[in-house]
Design a binder for this molecule. Structure first.
Ligand code: MYA
Length: 623
């Protein structure tokens, strides 16, 4: 339930600030003396401002060279053999850890340093190649995936992204070949989603040579096994212009060997039990000044960008998990006979298998569109990465649950393996940014981008109290004349067979832009208080992205005459019918008075439930 009244929620603070001053990351500030203005390439960010920028999605990105495709192909076999011959996910789940022999085999494969450049001992693969290997991991063992992912997707990713040459030289060989595990230490007891409010503190020594770190972190994946950690702490920063002192987050590379780094016992968890999750404590840890990662005081952005950069990997991993669930369910449907018929002949089973396949196709299309955009050099993938994380984690849960349903009683048994996968999957909607926070992030970041491009509105937002009239006047004018818009047209980008579907999608995109403008006009910066509406907007954005990436991918399949092309087109058509209906409904709800009535009721009910500490109704037999 996300209708919060307090103005202190982190995401509200985010956007209040961004709406008022403009977000340097998204608005395209231009200094004419410097380089020419660079257009934001994000397809999704642009549809918030009613602008159609197809570059990232059409044609379907295909960035791997033949050589890269071959080198990825040559790794698939050894990875699959590792899972079939060496790894035993069920055994590790029961033991609460993966045994050393198995981990050792994984190190030998290079699986802990997939993206580290070869000169530092890694496999030197790009995001798309990494994603392909993530799919194999996700199909086989999610807990092991977390051990690998916490190490390289976030643990030492900061060193790859922000490390100085010396930091890279010193640490990358350790985490690639010397079997030193890494972890990412951000979350604290009082700071989960509100990542900026961490309390761990690092104080600079009088001789300016090191920092002394004190604090504690919770739920740290690899916390008990990592000897190198990316740690975030508050530091005092002096503004060079004003001399004003302010606490700002700084990122540090911390070695356990510095002393004062300890950890708690492994947490007992619902799933991903074989991965190690612990508290980590820092007591007077002396960190050399050269171990600052990125800029002093720039640690929050370092943290956010590490997370942004790794999120697509979750989509790829869970696409693999979905593939495996579909395989298990299909094999059962093909063989199990009930009432004289194989299950595959029943409409309800067909509906489930089709739905599961549609969702897997879209999840995979999102993950690899993003990875290829990243590999193509785009920096504008934050919204899409958040969307793919939400989509993958929710649909993998659904697909696994449906697979269990198809297997019936057998699906409920430990032996089938699906109950472990379901337990493992639950955390994916929570960590790496909860889906609730990410939905708000998608909606509000997009709205801010739209706002920053409504120039007059943007400057008026700097002082909304005195500029309210202007905000309303300008926004009405734009809404009426649809300034700068020619309507979205996907027809030249998709296969002829998809034309009617592309039209439906274009209608959703147009309505999306209109709705954003209407919401800005109606709520102005108070839109940040409307979390139910923001969720509707985010859900529409997610559906639009799913339609666009699948239309693009299946058009390519047809163009290349791939054997699966017709099937991919069918998946896309079915998805478009479902997603466009849902998107239109969400967008209409976002502005309808009927829906307003509903959201107000929901808010009141929630307040009552909270006041009463739970259910409040007269019991059925009470008077
Ligand atoms: S790790 C822990 C995960 N924790 C989180 O994800 C925390 C979630 N919270 C947030 O993301 C932020 O706090 C939010 C912002 C979004 C709520 N990109 O004042 P602000 C900039 C770039 O708005 P807040 C885990 O779970 C912003 O523009 N920049 O911030 C491990 C502003 O800049 P400026 C961003 O109100 C799981 C500045 O920051 C972003 O505090 C293990 C301040 O912003 C962004 N996204 O809240 C996983 N957001 O000052 C293992 C903000 O210039 C992985 N900013 O205006 C395994 C998976 C793969 C397996 C692989 C197998 C092989």
């Amino acid at each position: 339930m996300w209708k919060l009244k307090s103005l202190k929620s982190p995401v509200q603070t985010i956007v209040l600030r961004r709406l008022s001053v403009g977000d340097s990351r998204l608005s395209q500030k231009h200094d004419s003396k410097k380089s020419p203005v660079k257009q934001n390439e994000s397809f999704m960010a642009n549809i918030f401002r009613r602008s159609f920028v197809p570059k990232q999605v059409f044609p379907y990105p295909d960035v791997l060279s033949l050589e890269e495709k071959e080198s990825t192909g040559s790794l698939i076999d050894p990875f699959e053999r590792f899972f079939s011959d060496i790894n035993d996910a069920a055994k590790s789940d029961q033991a609460g850890k993966t045994d050393e022999k198995t981990l050792s085999a994984l190190w030998e494969l290079g699986a802990f340093a997939i993206q580290v450049p070869e000169n530092f001992g890694g496999l030197g693969l790009n995001n798309t190649q990494y994603g392909r290997l993530c799919e194999i991991v996700g199909a086989n063992d999610l807990a092991l995936g977390i051990t690998i992912g916490a190490h390289q997707s976030i643990g030492f990713k900061g060193i790859l992204l922000y490390g100085t040459p010396e930091q890279k030289e010193k640490y990358l060989p350790k985490v690639s070949t010397e079997r030193v595990y890494a972890a990412f230490a951000l979350t604290e007891p009082s700071s989960g989603s509100d990542a900026g409010s961490i309390r761990s503190r690092a104080v600079k020594s009088a001789d300016q040579k090191y920092y002394v770190l004190n604090g504690s972190k919770i739920w740290i994946s690899n916390g008990g096994i990592a000897d190198i950690m990316t740690v975030f702490a508050q530091t005092e920063i002096v503004d060079p212009k004003t001399g004003e002192k302010k606490d700002k987050v700084t990122a540090f590379i911390v070695e356990r060997s510095f002393g004062g780094v300890t950890n708690g016992a492994p947490e007992k968890k619902m799933g991903i039990r074989a991965s190690n999750t612990t508290e980590v404590y820092f007591e007077d840890v002396k960190i050399p000044i050269e171990n600052i990662l990125g800029e002093e005081g720039g640690g929050f952005k370092v943290a956010m960008n590490i997370l942004n950069n790794g999120r697509f990997g979750m989509g790829a991993t869970l696409s693999g998990t979905m593939q495996k669930c579909i395989e298990i369910a299909t094999s059962h449907a093909n063989s199990r006979v009930q009432f004289g018929q194989k299950l595959k002949n029943y409409g309800s089973i067909q509906e489930k298998l089709a739905q599961m396949s549609i969702l897997q196709y879209a999840t995979e299309s999102m993950a690899f569109t993003i990875s290829q955009n990243m590999d193509g050099g785009s920096q504008d993938y934050h919204l899409e990465a958040a969307i793919s994380k939400i989509y993958a984690s929710e649909n993998a849960w659904y697909v696994c649950d449906e697979a269990i349903q198809i297997l019936g009683g057998m699906g409920f048994m430990v032996e089938t393996g699906l109950e472990r996968v379901l337990r493992d999957l639950r955390i994916f909607r929570i960590f790496e940014g909860t889906n609730d926070i990410l939905r708000l992030f998608v909606a509000l970041t997009g709205i801010q981008f739209a706002g920053s491009h409504l120039k007059e509105l943007q400057s008026a937002f700097k002082n909304p109290a005195t500029n309210l009239g202007l905000i309303f006047k300008e926004a009405s004018k734009r809404a009426a004349s649809k300034v700068g818009l020619g309507g979205s047209d996907l027809s030249s980008h998709v296969a002829p067979e998809l034309q009617p579907y592309a039209k439906q999608t274009a209608e959703c995109i147009d309505l999306f832009g209109q709705t954003v403008e209407e919401l800005l006009l109606r709520y102005n910066k108070n839109i940040v208080n409307e979390q139910i509406i923001l969720n509707q907007l985010a859900n529409a954005a997610i559906d639009i992205y799913a339609m666009v990436v699948t239309q693009s991918r299946s058009s390519r399949a047809l163009q290349l005459d791939l054997p699966s092309a017709q099937h991919e087109l069918n998946l896309t058509k079915a998805l478009t019918i479902q997603a466009s209906e849902r998107a239109i409904k969400n967008l209409k709800n976002a502005t309808s008075s009927h829906n307003r009535d509903l959201t107000e009721k929901m808010s009141t009910i929630a307040q009552t439930v909270c006041e009463k500490n739970g259910v409040y109704s007269t019991g059925v037999i009470d008077i």
